[in-house]
Design a protein around this ligand. Structure first.
Ligand code: EPU
Length: 338
């Protein structure tokens, strides 16, 4: 367990916010986590657990302990002719693991290629893209309770997965540190190209019978064309969730805005792309000093270099206010604002 004082966090958050933490501790194993939480340092200070730092907006210096989870590991724990269960250390980089599963010809997470962040952060917000969510392949995770030090296994149904939601963002928020995640991957993968853009991209590459590797390549191409690379422009992916509204409200909006896109949901609801709402309030590509709204995807707020977290937060409030005023829809941030 390594402790650094007055650590600069710029390289540890994908927004690239130039802030510090009073202490930073790297944990490499379950034993490290247990040692840390038993320490006075941990008990006497606030704490913030960072995986890849790709879903947080740091608005100020952090006066407590930042815990950097770098727990490694990739282990096949069960296998038969149809599937394989792989247990990943929670500090592993998500995309590296996706590429590794594809090399092994195990299907299930190829649509989730190039999502920034770590394995441990993935179930917290049930990451999803191009028709797949982690909950579709999730078997179980292991986590340590931060007050008692007890290890608990959470099975799929115990995680209460929803759209960008899990129990770890709700009643168990801040209570556990996830140490490993086990996924059930298929040796006879069902290719999922239901999302229009994937089929179009495969078509343009002249691929009629795609493998999981082809699907991954198509997803990477789409993401690179729309989403800024955090290594070049600071960002945390989608800043807001796509809102769900009653069908009747959607029909009313359609009367005024015939082009408004909507995806029917259960219980007479319609999901509306927040990117469309934000773009139609005139925000797409807007730059305000060092920050702005990305030019290819209005759902992504960006830091061009020396932006401050508070400025991004204020911009997000202005965006919410204009979407509320124009469409009567409330946007909810997907990113954790600290
Ligand atoms: N749109 C616009 N203008 C924009 C952006 C989007 O009009 O600037 C409209 C278009 O109609 C487009 C539709 O929104 O067809 C959907 O856009 P896109 O396919 O880019 O997806 P999204 O709904 O904006 C969601 C996820 C992404 C994920 C993609 C693909 C959320 C909050 N975001 O974005 O996830 O990659 O679908 O599945 O659900 C993330 O969570 O960080 C993330 C990038």
């Amino acid at each position: 367990m390594q402790i650094t004082e007055h650590a600069n966090l710029k390289q540890f958050n994908s927004f690239g916010m130039n802030v510090t933490s009073r202490y930073m501790v790297e944990v490499n194993s379950e034993e490290d986590v247990k040692e840390l939480i038993a320490s006075d340092l941990f008990k006497q200070n606030d704490h913030l657990i960072l995986g890849g730092g790709s879903n947080v907006l740091l608005t100020d210096n952090f006066e407590g302990v930042v815990v950097r989870n770098v727990i490694a590991g990739r282990e096949v724990v069960e296998e038969n002719k149809d599937f394989v269960k792989v247990k990943f250390g929670s500090g592993e980089n998500w995309h590296d693991c996706v590429l590794w599963t594809i090399e092994n010809d195990w299907g299930g997470i190829e649509n989730l290629s190039l999502i920034p962040g770590t394995i441990g952060a993935a179930p917290m917000q049930n990451i999803g893209a191009y028709g797949v969510e982690i909950k579709d392949v999730f078997e179980e995770l292991s986590a340590i309770h931060l007050e008692t030090g007890m290890t608990r296994i959470f099975r799929n149904n115990e995680c209460e997965f929803g759209y960008r939601e899990s129990v770890f963002k709700k009643e168990l928020k801040g209570k556990y540190l996830i140490t490993s995640v086990t996924l059930r991957l298929s040796k006879k993968p069902d290719i999922n190209i239901s999302y229009g853009a994937i089929a179009e991209t495969l078509n343009s590459l002249n691929i009629a019978d795609p493998t999981i590797s082809d699907v991954s390549r198509a997803v990477i191409q789409i993401r690179q064309s729309k989403l800024p690379d955090p290594a070049e422009i600071g960002n945390a992916g989608s800043f807001f969730k796509n809102p769900t509204i009653p069908s009747q409200k959607f029909e009313d909006l359609k009367a005024s805005y015939p082009n408004i896109p909507g995806y029917p949901q259960p219980n007479d609801q319609v999901k509306v792309p927040a990117g469309w709402l934000i773009e139609n309030c005139g925000w797409k590509g807007k730059t305000i000093g060092e920050i702005g709204v990305h030019k290819n995807q209005a759902l992504v707020l960006v830091n061009y270099g020396n932006g401050r977290g508070k400025d991004i937060e204020n911009l997000s409030k202005e965006i919410r206010a204009s979407v509320r005023e124009k469409f009567g829809i409330e946007l909810t941030p997907e990113v954790n604002i600290i």
